[in-house]
Write a protein that binds this ligand. Structure first.
Ligand code: AFP
Length: 350
């Protein structure tokens, strides 16, 4: 006979295993309204895209035509990898005939991609970076996908998607998929940040951490110090500070998703400031920095351009870039303090 406590343990384990993404969205919204159904379905589709990309990445070294460059450049002038193209198409494909998403905008496409058959119903737009950190793909280390969802405003009859040029405060959902030793999906619909881990035996993302809180301070600083010579003096001040104080350690993988993921769980700060060659930095606001800023704030952290919160920044074009300082609130504030001090000195000198 099963003891009462054993049956409770069993029930708990089963319930935990059944906490899939779509169920979690309903739990969070405490509703089965049309909006809740939409968000739940959207997250399930994004999860499917993540599973398809994870599957290809896991076998890429054994497949013909999965690794390497295509030979063309994207709208940003960057060399396109075959995996970028594949992952971009995966997201389009999972949202075709979904009735959910009318437009998709990604790093790999100059203009938004419209799915007219979805438009009468699905007034959502998916913003995404299909493979973040794609230089890591060929050497089999971590990469990610970043996504955000917003509501279409207006009819967009001229196809300019000008309503996308708004602040990240309007996002309905954001998250990323990390393709690491395990595949994880981290998301927020404005009710905390939650992590799901892909259970390959089930083919499902199962809840692994709920209501993640970023520590207020952490030991990690994450920046490409090869750009030191190109940084503003204020950023160099910060780097000199961490070099001269105990308690800091550097970590940088070349994939924002992986570096942010570490900071989300362990605290610290990731920086990609402007450089001489790229005064606005390298990272794109709509589908890289704003989605991660949304998560950071939801987890009790912060994200800043150095002079304003990332979520308040309004892009002037689809592929606009912003400097990024993201992570634990005390560490972000410390970097900002060096920026403010240098600008105060510059004003005083005039
Ligand atoms: P790629 O996708 O072109 O590899 O760029 C990745 C990325 O946008 C971001 O994930 C990294 O944090 C950052 O660029 C790395 O850039 P650096 O190579 O200039 O450090």
């Amino acid at each position: 006979m099963v003891e009462a406590h054993e049956s409770l343990d069993y029930e708990y384990a089963l319930d935990h295993d059944c906490t899939t993404l779509s169920r979690h969205v309903f739990q969070q919204l405490q509703s089965f309204s049309a909006d809740a159904q939409d968000l739940s379905a959207l997250m399930s589709r994004i999860a499917l895209a993540g599973k398809l990309i994870a599957r290809r990445l896991s076998r890429a070294g054994l497949m013909e035509g999965a690794l390497g460059f295509t030979g063309s450049e994207n709208v940003q002038g960057e060399s396109v990898k075959k995996m970028d193209v594949y992952a971009n198409e995966v997201f389009i494909s999972v949202f075709k005939q979904s009735g959910l998403v009318c437009r998709l905008a990604s790093e790999e496409m100059e203009k938004p991609y419209y799915i007219p058959e979805n438009c009468p119903l699905g007034r959502y737009t998916l913003l995404y970076d299909p493979i973040d950190g794609s230089s890591n793909v060929d050497i089999n280390i971590n990469v990610g996908s970043i996504f955000a969802v917003c509501q279409q405003e207006g009819e967009d009859l001229d196809g300019t998607a000008s309503d996308l040029l708004q602040s990240g405060r309007k996002l309905l959902a954001a998250g990323y998929i990390l393709y690491g030793p395990s595949t994880m999906l981290i998301y927020s619909i404005g009710k905390g940040v939650h992590a799901f881990t892909l259970d390959p035996s089930l083919g499902e993302f199962i809840l692994s951490s709920e209501n993640i809180r970023m520590p207020d301070h952490g030991p990690i600083y994450s920046a490409n110090e090869g750009n030191f010579w190109q940084w503003d003096e204020s950023i160099r001040d910060y780097i000199r500070y961490v070099h001269r104080h105990e308690g800091y350690t550097a970590r940088y993988s070349g994939a924002l998703v992986g570096d942010f993921h570490r900071i989300l769980f362990q605290g610290g700060v990731f920086l990609y400031p402007g450089t001489v060659k790229k005064p606005e930095g390298k990272l794109r606001l709509l589908y890289e920095t704003a989605p991660l800023a949304f998560l950071a704030e939801q987890a009790g952290g912060r994200a800043s351009t150095g002079t304003q919160d990332i979520l308040d920044a309004v892009p002037d074009k689809l592929h606009a870039r912003t400097p990024l300082i993201i992570g634990s609130k005390e560490d972000v504030a410390l970097v900002e303090s060096f920026i403010h001090e240098r600008s105060r000195q510059a004003i005083a000198a005039h």
